[in-house]
Design a protein around this ligand. Structure first.
Ligand SMILES: O=C(O)c1cc(=O)[nH]c(=O)n1[C@@H]1O[C@H](COP(=O)(O)O)[C@@H](O)[C@H]1O
Length: 275
């Protein structure tokens, strides 16, 4: 999917919501455990109930890999369902990969070609030759970890290297990579106050912003400092939406939570844009 197609969808739905499909069998409604593929049944019900309210879905692959071959099959069924039923929706494989070049090429092939996600999250720690294999895919996006939402972000990312915070070095250096126009960046919603500085370095790039909902980040603050002329934000919530209820009404409850965020997003869009 091109960035323009993503922007069109945001304008149409008045939403820049990304729903995280982080499925934990201990948290989903117990009646689903009787089904052949409880993870896919859960995802399908959530997607069917929420697709008009969001512009992206982000399965975190850890939650699928944890269940072995069965989990991987559920991931495959979920992305196929999204690509067939809702090809206009942006898909993110949250896999946080990145390795020496030939290994990254294999990771890129799995997520961007075989599973046909629109994007994949990548860790920048191993540098240029670990990231560029992901960037080689036309109309696919590499979402580089810049400033993450967790406490550990302060261990390295905010430390000064050559007179500049490491996350700023990541932003600046990655702009020099071949096909850097295919880059997006992760910035945690819990670090909204850093967004003004971040926008100085990457004014036009899309940001994936996790951390509203369960981690306590503020949507309003993220919009205030992070929104650009093309919106430029995908705000993710996982647990805050998909586990709104663990009874038979779980999909409707998820839709209600998604709708609350979508309404706040529509207000933010109306503040930032005339129409
Ligand atoms: O790359 C991510 O998506 C990510 C980066 C980050 O800095 N913080 C973060 O929480 N995430 C992911 O975003 C999701 C957040 O989930 P909730 O806290 O349940 O909304 C999880 O899948 C995390 O792995």
């Amino acid at each position: 999917m091109t960035t323009n197609q993503l922007i069109q969808q945001i304008k149409k739905k008045k939403s820049f919501l990304c729903i995280g499909l982080d499925v934990d069998l201990n948290k989903i409604p117990q009646h689903l455990l009787k089904e052949d593929d409880p993870i896919f049944s859960f995802n399908k019900a959530v997607i069917d109930a929420t697709h008009h309210l969001c512009v992206a879905y982000k399965p975190n692959t850890a939650f699928y890999e944890a269940y072995g071959l069965k989990g991987w099959k559920s991931l495959e069924k979920t992305i196929r369902y999204l690509n067939e039923k809702h090809p206009e929706i942006f898909t993110i494989a949250d896999a946080k990969r990145g390795d020496i070049g030939n290994t990254s090429t294999m990771y890129a092939k799995v997520f961007l070609e075989d599973l046909a996600f629109d994007s994949v999250t990548v860790a920048p720690y191993m540098g240029k030759d670990s990231v560029e294999p992901f960037l080689a895919f036309k109309d696919k996006h590499t979402i580089l970890l810049a400033l993450t939402s967790n406490q550990g972000a302060f261990d390295f990312q905010t430390k000064t290297v050559d007179g500049k915070a490491l996350y700023k070095q990541v932003l600046e250096t990655s702009k020099t990579y071949t096909n850097s126009e295919n880059l997006m960046y992760v910035v945690g919603a819990t670090k909204a106050e850093y967004l003004a500085d971040i926008r100085q370095i990457i004014p036009d790039s899309f940001l994936l912003v996790p951390g509203v909902g369960a981690q306590g980040g503020s949507l309003k603050e993220v919009c205030k400092y992070g929104m650009n002329a093309q919106v430029g934000l995908l705000i993710n919530s996982s647990r805050g939406i998909i586990y709104a209820s663990n009874e038979t009404d779980f999909a409707e409850a998820a839709a209600l939570k998604a709708s609350e965020l979508q309404k706040q997003m529509a207000v933010e869009l109306s503040h930032h844009f005339i129409n």
